[in-house]
Design a protein around this ligand. Sequence first.
Ligand code: FO1
Length: 452
Amino acid sequence: MLKVDRRRILQLNQAEQADGPVIYWMSREQRLRDNWGLLHARELAGENRQLIVVFCLVPSFLGATLRHYDFMLKGLQQLEQDLRNLGYRFVLLSGAADQVLPDFVSGVECGVVVTDFDPLRIKQQWQEAVARKINVPLIEVDGHNIVPARFVSEKREFSARTIRPKIHRLLPEFLEEFPDFSAAQGETGEYPPVNWEQVLRDVVVDATVAPVDLVPGEAQARSALDVFVAEKLGRYAYERNDPNSEAVSHLSAYYHFGHLAPQRAALSVAARPSGEGVDAYLEELIVRRELAENFCLYTSNYDSLDSAPEWALKTLAEHAEDRRTYLYSYTEFEQALTHSALWNAAQLQMVKTGYMHGYMRMYWAKKILEWSDSPEEALRIIITLNDRYQLDGRDPNGYVGALWSVAGLHDRGWKKRSVFGSVRYMNERGCRRKFDVDAYIKKWADRGFAGN
Ligand code: FO1
């Protein structure tokens, strides 16, 4: 029988389980395999109860555009097919979960609802409202973190240094192989298939940010992981900060939409002969990623400057009046109209492909701080652009990356300088020491903003 570690599971209301179908309210973990939430729902359904997978599609979600909806809906379309092939039902509800799920739950006389752990505010609000409105249990399962976020720490951690030993101590227990997800048992019933072309036509999102070439879905995510492990991991330790080198994984959009479990990637990487590539990738994938989840879980204003460490707020305030050598508006940043060819190239890489190299993300955000009126304004611009263009926008990692760049989150103080105070500074000279800046500019700069 399937077994999901009880430390991943939390009941969000007091209701008693009843007979009737089990609903898996899928949101963040949009995959069939390696999905602890779905496995737990399967476990509860056992031999005799129906399992219904429900996704609540909201017409607008934190600045998402057609780029994101196209990727997500095409991934869900494949998932529906995979579920049906195993005899499970998939239902797409239109509207926010707190508005549409409770009626569906009572309509099918469901006995229990399982859903994904997610530290973002809007998701916590949906979950609280659903937990209140239904009269059966709502159970959250952490299918995103290898060491479950609520279990690894009960408080906001100070930095990677403080969370790392806690994660490493528990990793041998939690970095386990997933059980198979088996076919449905008993009576399966029918729901009409989703008309995906219609759904994609009907979403009313900003279509000026065009879909990108990355192919969504579990199968594609899995082969991207295999290619990374076989062909790039060896170079990762030495070349990951070179945006011209293809030594990075390009898996972040798959993690964001749940097409790939970080735990699957960790299992594949950890199975390689140990070496610096293995350690370096596991540090980013597990420690840094789970530190971001910890921050958002215990900091409700995770996208506001108010949540930055005090030392950083103090030093930024001391430098609030420093003269800015360059000052750009949101639109100038968006359209890559700064004086810096390197910065513009990074912006264009993101606008055109939905992806910016990790090292450039830090440089890009730090320059927005340097060339904006205030740190508040810089943070707003960074988050808006990130959520609009990056395929992996609206993710705990993105919010934490923005605050790290602007306001020293999870970092320490450095040598003082203008505008930044003692927040860590980065400049083009540093980039030139690390990689061929002109080659990077050449690759992206002539693409132009228009017609993305
Ligand atoms: N989650 C949902 O439950 N319903 C949606 O309609 C939905 C849309 C969406 C669009 C863009 C995007 O980046 C994420 C979206 N997600 C949606 C949520 C997402 O899966 C994540 O839960 C959070 O963004 C990060 O944890």
